[in-house]
Design a protein around this ligand. Sequence first.
Ligand code: ASP
Length: 586
Amino acid sequence: MTHNPNAITALRSDLAGELRADDQGRRVAVCGWINARREHSQHLAFIDVRDHTGVVQCVVDNAHDLRSEYVVRVQATVTRRAAETVNPNLATGEIELKDCEVEVLARSDPPPIQIDARAGVDENHRLRYRYIDLRSERMQRNLRARALVNSALRAAMQRQGFVEVETPFLIASTPEGARDFVVPSRHSPGQFYALPQSPQLFKQLAMVGGIDRYYQIARCLRDEDLRADRQFEFTQLDAEASFVSQDDVLAFITEAVGDATEVVTSERTGEIPRLTWLEAMERFGSDKPDIRFGMELCDLTEVFATTDFNAFKAPSVKGICEPAGATKTRKQLDELTDKAKQWGAKGLVWMKVEPDLSLTSPVAKFLRDDEKQALVARLGAEPGDLVLVVADELARARHVLGLLRLELGRPAVNEGSLSFLWVVDFPLFEGLDETGAPIPAHHPFTMPNMADLELLDSAEPGVLLKVRSQAYDLTLNGWELGSGSVRIHRPDIQRKIFDLLGITPEEARQKFGFLLDAFGYGAPPHAGFAFGIDRLVALLVGEENIREVIAFPKTQSGADPLTGAPTAIDPRHLDELGLRLSPDPR
Ligand code: ASP
């Protein structure tokens, strides 16, 4: 019997993929695309009709006028297949449609791409014909999963008292630190809007406005180089709340992410573990650690504190141990060394652990026995393992070994478990710029950790870089899903931070004057978060590239092969905007 009342429209009674054996005998009407056509004899042919729920086989007298991707309406009788023709791989495989009247609703030129054939298909070509690609089971599944995630997130936020507020697209500028996309103003020639990198400033203003808890499924635009996990336009679940602590925000988001995960995978994430930034860097060499596998970094600085081996006389000596990695060839080890150098290391030392726990290594003869024994013990290395050691500045040793760890041990991002992780206690500053001014690790409205407030008065850059912030990230399988922070709502602290960042009062006024003004009229303490829905959905459905969960994405070079964007514009339009192109716009 018809299972899904949503199927019924003026043209159809059922969805193709939903017909089952208990529909036997019913006269039905299904609509869809011809997925495949098989001529059996002159008077017998099979066509598979496909809609978003699947395919159903139709037995027709002749299929001469029917071609792949024609849109048809088939009125027919549901008939059980003979036992030997049942197809157990198909949800509708127990039945077929007989006594068919086939009406062609639209013809199709031969499709330029095969539906569901990915391997070897040029990406540009696929995106050029995205509307055909969208007919594939994979894209249908992905976009429907995405819709489920969006509604689960909305429901979770609403249930927790968050109010959906839309913020503007044509704005002044945001503090996320990427390049803005800009839009010229016709009314004020020579003036530009920025497209929002995030709703950051508006959500903070919403807190001053007493909204209490804000959320939005927000489109963000950042003019950055594209990668597998990055597009110019992306979608975030953006949230902000008043009178809350970091723990409150983490709980809100954990709840929302849990619901979104459950709605796609039928499993709940439960408690999400936490690591401090320092621990993440020490153990994994990354602020977005992939905790699905071990091979953690091990500090060996003390082991080599009195070494005679010059290459190990460095501020920091660290190593990783790849279980059973000693089978690597010289060539593979040379390649690893080249990579380590590309990533900034001066060199890479490899050691193979022998059955008697002695070490085979080009540098073995320079190391004392007690050093070798201590190294093996610290790393817990076993016969057949490969040990890789980097001796360098602390940050570089962590960075390079963190990347080597991923290189050697990382499962594909969409493989195995979903390992969510909170990384908390980020430093307030991530480094110093060429003028010696600290660079904010999040954005300049991030509240320092109150226990470290006094350190802000230190003139010493080394001390400043130790200041922790109340900023936190959510990661999943080594991808950064999102970030957030407790915000500065006290003008005195904000002034101090701007000072340290080298933002003059005039500059602050010019850039964020409206926010600072607003904070002068009663700003509640507030905190927030935002995470990428594209990334979350990609990993929930097991995709490695966020393009697979975006209906109309851009290519790696930022183009849209379907519509041709970006395109030149009419010279008259340029005139109206008061713009003139330089002769060679490159
Ligand atoms: N606006 C920040 C971002 O997009 C998130 C936040 O701090 O709430 O990364």
